[in-house]
Structure formats: structure tokens, C-alpha cells
Design a protein around this ligand. Structure first.
Ligand SMILES: [Zn+2]
Length: 473
């Protein structure tokens, strides 16, 4: 399996630190509002990466944080006249609801910044002890970027240009920095802000330190994969490397993966341009699985353009896949023959080539666009190779193939019907009893007619030793 590593700008063979295990850290959202669709792209993409590793038999330890102390949260809290914890708790809950809608698995750990302040104070202390950080007169603690020789290795930037540009850009209060590229680890409290005691002053952490601390605490000094949007490469991820590697003396993350931007109708999404959408806005119009399929329809390193036209195309594509799955389930329910014919056996072997192209695409830097193309090809193959005469075993084998591949992409194909009411259940069970009675009386025509009627309602019957069982297709 190959991954394009932002560090080397090369596709590298994935070799885990520990055989059979993958540790992943993905920067999560700042929770001051509903998440926007730009946040949804890394969420869905890295969830798919995780699912693919699981499919490949790895144990995946997946950590994604919630930034719950930040200027935007404090601003919102002040506007609403409430505590910032009220705002962050509210939007963590809302974010989790969106994750469910997008079928994003819950992380192994979802740490919150405010619950890790002790660890941050400890790491900042270590950085000061090692000479990688200094306290300015007002109590602010800065990271000393000149002390870290590899600063800039992830973003491949020319630091001298940044430094000369930065010198003139130093804002008031930042004259106390030794270098324009030095960044804040801890800052003094301001009126109306949440704050914690520390050896340097009462205050709160800068943003970058939380990810270094949480990653180390939950995944160890070294991790396999660190992910996020490309906007995080500089300075956020560059700063994470500087912090973590200065403390451990080891390489922080082996592979850095970054997804490209999501644009709206070919424009950058921005509130001022009036083209800003939350995931919730989109879910009012489209199902979560349509948005998920759309987000996976381009390679993660290619910019993705959001438009109603493309969302409708994603919707039709998904419908094609769902129709195929529903046909398989329906035909399986009414199949006359149980066992596969020789011809069907060959067809199942032939259909395996789609799984092979799916895996080839995913092994080549997680190319979900090509993996989806393999799914569409499989759907076409199923549609042309199955009929009412197909055996149950054949239909079952193809159904498993389809559900396995779509499952890796996190696409849920189940019909979104309401739960059966007690009344429906009673009716279905009465029909099953009628079919049983007809069979007992050797009225097979009647028994088959009832079974077909049930199949048309989407009910699948299974004859077991304990009697007849049923389920929804
Ligand atoms: Zn981060």
C-alpha cells in the first residue's frame, strides 16, 4: 500500500511502526458552530482510510480531538452571554450527530483540549527546560523556532523569506518574540476568558500544543499517520512537529496525509461571499450518504467542487448502487434454485476482478475515485448477469461482494424505512402462518403466492430449524 507523504512529497510504501497496527491522529474541528462541509471532507476521508486499514486486517487506534478553547468559542459565548464550555459542549454534540449522518465511526478516543491542560503545561515545561521555549515578560511562552533545525521540513517553505516578511508584520505585543516565526505555547489571561493556573502566568494554551500532547498521550511518542486538511500544513502541523520532536528526540509521525480544499461552485467557501454551508444545511436537502459519496468522488488530494449538479449526480450514482442491492435481495427472496450452476460459479470468479481493481485503487494512495469506479463496474456486471432465474447462492455471493466494497467506503445501502409497527409485524406474521398452513396442506401454488407477496413488501424469509424467520431486505 502506498501513501503520498507530505514530508517527502513522494508516494511511499506504508510500513507500520508495529506490525498489524496503525496509529492515526486527525485534527478535529474547533467547536464554536455547526461543522461546515469543508470540515466534513477530512472527517469522511480519514474515516475511509481507517475502514480500509480495518478491511486489510489492521488494528487501528484512531484519535481525533475537539478544540474546545479558542477565540471563536469565547467570542460566541460572550455574544450569547454564556460560558464557553456551554458553547463547546453544544457543538460537540451537534458535530457527533453530523458524524452519525455521514456514517463516520466514532474515534477510539475523542480528547478535548480543556481536559488535557495539565499535559500541556507539562510539555511546555519540558520545552523550556530543553531550551526550545522561553517566557516573555508578560508571561507569554513562545516556542523558539531557531532552536529546532528541522523547522519547515513539512511545509517545504523558505523560512528566510517568511522571516523577513514576518519581521515587518509583527503585531503589537509581539515585539517580545525572538523571531517572527516563534509561536505561542501559553498566553496570559484576558478579561472574560477561561483560564488555568500555570508556572508562567494564569492563562490558556496556544492552539498547536494540544495536538502534540493528545497524540503523545493516546498514541505514544511516534505515530504512523497524521492527517488533516492542507490548510493545516503550515503553521499548525509544522509547529506540532517542532514541539513533539523537540521533546521526544524522535520522528513524530511517519506519514503525513493532507486533503485538498473543497470549493463551492468554483469559489473558495467564505461567509462574506455568502457561499458558506454547514453540513446541517446540506443534510436538509440531501441524505448523509449522498454527501459521503460526493466527498469520496474525487481523489483526496484534488480540490473538490461542490455544486447542486454534482450532488445530484452523486445522488443518482448512489441510487444505482442501492437499486442493484435491492434487486439482489428481492431476487434472493424469490429464487427457485438454491445452489449455483457451473456458469454462475464462473461468473462469481469473474466478478472478483472488480474487488481486485478496488484494492489496487485504494492501495495507490487511497484513490477513492477509482475505487468507486470499480463499484460502478461491479453494479453493471451484476445487473447484466442476474435475472429471476438466478440461484439464491449466486445472488448471495454477488450481494456479499457489493456490500463488502461499499462498506469499506462507509456507504450504507440499507433502505431507510421506518421501523415496523406492531400492526405491520402482526400482518407479516399472519402471512407467514398462512404460507406454512398452505404448505402443510400441499397447496404449493398458494404458499408461493404468499411468499412472492411478502417479497414484494421487502420481506425475506428464511427456513431454519427453529421455524421460519423473516427480515427486511
Ligand atoms: Zn492538530
Amino acid at each position: 500500500m502506498k501513501i503520498l507523504n507530505t514530508l517527502s512529497k513522494q508516494k511511499e510504501e506504508f510500513i507500520p511502526l508495529e506490525p498489524g497496527k496503525v496509529s492515526m491522529y486527525v485534527c478535529g474541528p474547533t467547536v464554536y458552530n455547526f461543522i461546515h462541509i469543508g470540515n466534513a471532507r477530512p472527517m469522511v476521508f480519514f474515516d475511509t482510510v481507517r475502514r480500509y486499514f480495518l478491511y486489510r486486517g489492521y488494528d487501528v487506534n484512531y484519535v481525533s480531538n475537539f478544540t474546545d478553547v479558542d477565540d471563536k468559542i469565547i467570542k460566541r459565548a460572550n455574544e450569547e452571554g454564556t460560558d464557553s464550555a456551554v458553547i463547546s459542549e453544544r457543538y460537540i454534540e451537534e458535530c457527533k450527530k453530523d458524524m452519525v449522518s455521514l456514517n463516520v465511526m466514532e474515534a477510539t478516543t475523542h480528547p478535548k483540549a480543556t481536559e488535557e491542560i495539565g499535559g500541556m503545561i507539562e510539555m511546555i515545561g519540558t520545552l523550556i527546560d530543553k531550551g526550545f521555549a522561553y517566557r516573555a515578560e508578560d508571561g507569554t511562552v513562545y516556542y523558539r523556532t531557531r532552536k529546532f533545525p528541522y523547522y519547515g521540513k513539512l511545509s517545504h517553505k523558505n523560512l528566510d523569506d517568511l522571516r523577513s516578511g514576518g519581521r515587518s508584520l509583527l503585531v503589537t505585543g509581539e515585539e517580545q518574540k525572538e523571531d517572527p516565526l516563534d509561536f505561542v505555547l501559553w498566553k496570559p489571561k484576558k478579561e472574560g476568558e477561561p483560564s488555568w493556573e500555570s508556572p508562567w502566568c494564569e492563562g490558556r494554551p496556544g492552539w498547536h500544543i494540544e495536538c502534540s500532547v493528545m497524540s503523545r498521550k493516546y498514541l505514544g511518542e511516534q505515530i504512523d499517520i497524521h492527517g488533516g486538511g492542507e490548510d493545516l500544513i503550515f503553521p499548525h502541523h509544522e509547529n506540532e512537529i517542532a514541539q513533539s520532536e523537540a521533546v521526544s528526540g524522535k520522528e513524530f509521525a511517519r506519514y503525513w496525509m493532507h486533503n485538498a480544499f473543497l470549493n463551492i461552485e468554483n469559489h473558495k467557501m467564505s461567509k462574506s461571499a455568502g457561499n458558506f454551508f454547514t453540513v446541517r444545511d446540506i443534510l436538509a436537502k440531501y441524505e448523509g450518504r449522498v454527501l459521503r459519496l460526493f466527498l469520496l468522488s474525487a481523489h483526496y488530494r484534488s480540490p473538490l467542487n461542490f455544486s447542486d449538479e454534482l450532488m445530484n449526480a452523486a445522488k443518482s450514482s448512489l441510487e444505482r448502487i442501492i437499486n442493484c442491492a435491492e434487486n439482489l435481495a428481492y431476487r434472493k427472496g424469490i429464487a427457485r434454485a438454491a445452489e449455483m450452476t457451473e456458469e454462475e460459479r464462473t461468473a462469481v470468479e469473474e466478478a472478483a476482478k472488480y474487488r481486485a481493481s478496488f484494492e489496487k485503487a485504494m492501495d495507490d494512495d487511497l484513490n477513492t475515485a477509482d475505487a468507486l469506479a470499480a463499484v460502478y463496474d461491479l453494479v453493471r456486471y451484476i445487473n447484466t448477469h442476474t435475472s429471476e432465474d438466478s440461484s439464491a447462492a449466486f445472488l448471495q455471493a454477488l450481494e456479499e461482494e457489493l456490500l463488502s466494497l461499499t462498506g469499506i467506503l462507509g456507504l450504507d445501502l440499507s433502505s431507510k424505512k421506518e421501523e415496523d409497527s406492531a400492526e405491520d409485524t402482526a400482518k407479516i406474521e399472519a402471512m407467514i402462518a398462512e404460507r406454512q398452513a398452505a404448505r402443510k396442506a400441499k397447496d404449493f401454488a398458494r404458499a408461493d403466492a404468499v411468499r412472492d407477496e411478502l417479497a414484494a413488501m421487502g420481506i425475506i424469509l428464511e427456513d431454519t430449524r427453529e421455524g421460519v424467520k423473516w427480515k427486511r431486505a
